[in-house]
Write a protein that binds this ligand. Structure first.
Ligand code: UDP
Ligand code: MN
Length: 340
């Protein structure tokens, strides 16, 4: 009799324990979320590492949205269950930075574009408008862009032969082609365009990532110093009480806007509301292009100083040395054909 009771007790014991454990578990508490890489750093999930898809902006340089990993559905449910306030609104869309880059065929072209793409790939929401100074889109640049992993537009326009002379402004037609594309693309939104900022990015300059953070908040036209330009270590707008009052420059300080192409950005809104503003060939000298363009869209009083009141150099007007090809054979000698 005693042994019968004992065996019944031991058979029932595990079941009783299971029931106790189940009652103790709170069914509303979500299981801890184990993502695909639960032990990875905060960069897991492709913040920097994964290759971007064309047209999909990378979130580099930006905090992530911080939404719950369980997705919006589960997030909303949890909030209701605990009667918490609704989740905060998503941040406003990040203004797109449109970088217009004129480029032309020469031995260093692919090297320059590689350096530039390596920089741009680290900037969130950047659209690269690459304009070839050529009669058509070259295979080299087309192939390069296809593999660059950047949202981009590939345009071309040749500089007329008569303007290809030393002492004449460069890349006038190419910058205007970029402007025309921007206006055409946003023609249905002249009053309230998507937030955007335009910047002229020559293919041989050097750009810090901080520069893009600065220019992204451009409301109309923003300005900042440029290093290694105008025969000086740097040029910069002079700022007093948050306003531009003059120019520190070694060359023609009497220009209304004594600034290099790399020293300013313009909001998309300003580009669209001044549809006639372009770079002009007629009567324009090199070094006056920037000033002549800015005169059409803004005033000195309106300029927004960036880079700590124009006291930091975040872009350099570097120029690549002409390569020595003295030993390049006249006719193709190698057994393979290599793109350089
Ligand atoms: N460029 C061009 N066609 C030319 C010469 C220059 O498209 O015949 C481009 C060049 O690739 C660069 C920009 O125009 O993006 C400015 O040219 P460069 O760097 O030679 O001028 P600088 O450094 O003297 O301002
Ligand atoms: Mn240059």
């Amino acid at each position: 009799m005693k042994s019968l009771l004992f065996s019944r007790f031991f058979i029932l014991l595990p079941w009783v324990l299971i029931v106790i454990i189940m009652i103790d578990v709170d069914p509303r508490r979500p299981a801890p979320h184990l993502g695909p890489h639960p032990h990875f750093s905060r960069y897991a999930g492709g913040r920097w590492g994964a290759a971007p898809r064309p047209g999909v902006p990378r979130p580099a340089l930006l905090p992530r949205d911080g939404g719950p990993d369980g997705g919006p559905q589960r997030g909303a449910e949890q909030a209701r269950n605990r009667s918490q306030p609704p989740p905060p609104q998503p941040p406003p869309p990040l203004p797109t930075i449109y970088a217009i880059t004129p480029t032309y065929s020469r031995p260093v072209q692919k090297a320059e574009l590689t350096r530039l793409a390596n920089t741009f790939r680290q900037v969130a929401q950047l659209h690269w408008i690459l304009v070839e100074d050529a009669a058509g889109r070259s295979e080299l640049v087309s192939r390069f862009l296809a593999r660059a992993g950047l949202p981009s537009t590939h345009l071309h326009v040749p500089t007329p032969r008569r303007y290809k002379r030393p002492g004449l402004p460069r890349a006038t037609e190419q910058r205007n082609a970029g402007l025309a594309w921007l206006r055409q693309t946003h023609r249905h939104e002249p009053q309230r365009p998507q937030p955007g900022v335009l910047f002229f990015a020559d293919d041989d300059n050097t750009y810090s990532l901080e520069l893009f953070q600065e220019m992204r908040t451009t409301r109309k036209v923003s300005v900042w110093p440029v290093g290694l330009v105008g025969g000086r270590r740097y040029e910069r707008p002079l700022v007093e009480n948050g306003k531009v009052v003059g120019w520190y420059t070694g060359w023609r300080a009497d220009r209304p806007f004594a600034i290099d192409m790399a020293g300013f950005a313009v909001s998309l809104q300003v580009i669209l509301s001044n549809p006639k503003a372009v770079f002009k060939r007629r009567g324009s000298q090199p070094g006056m292009q920037e000033s002549d363009f800015l005169k059409q869209i803004t005033t000195v009083e309106e300029l927004e100083p960036k880079a700590n009141n124009c006291t930091k150099v975040l872009v350099w007007h570097t120029r690549t040395e002409k390569v020595n090809l003295a030993n390049e054979p006249k006719y193709h000698l190698d057994t393979v054909k290599i793109e350089v």
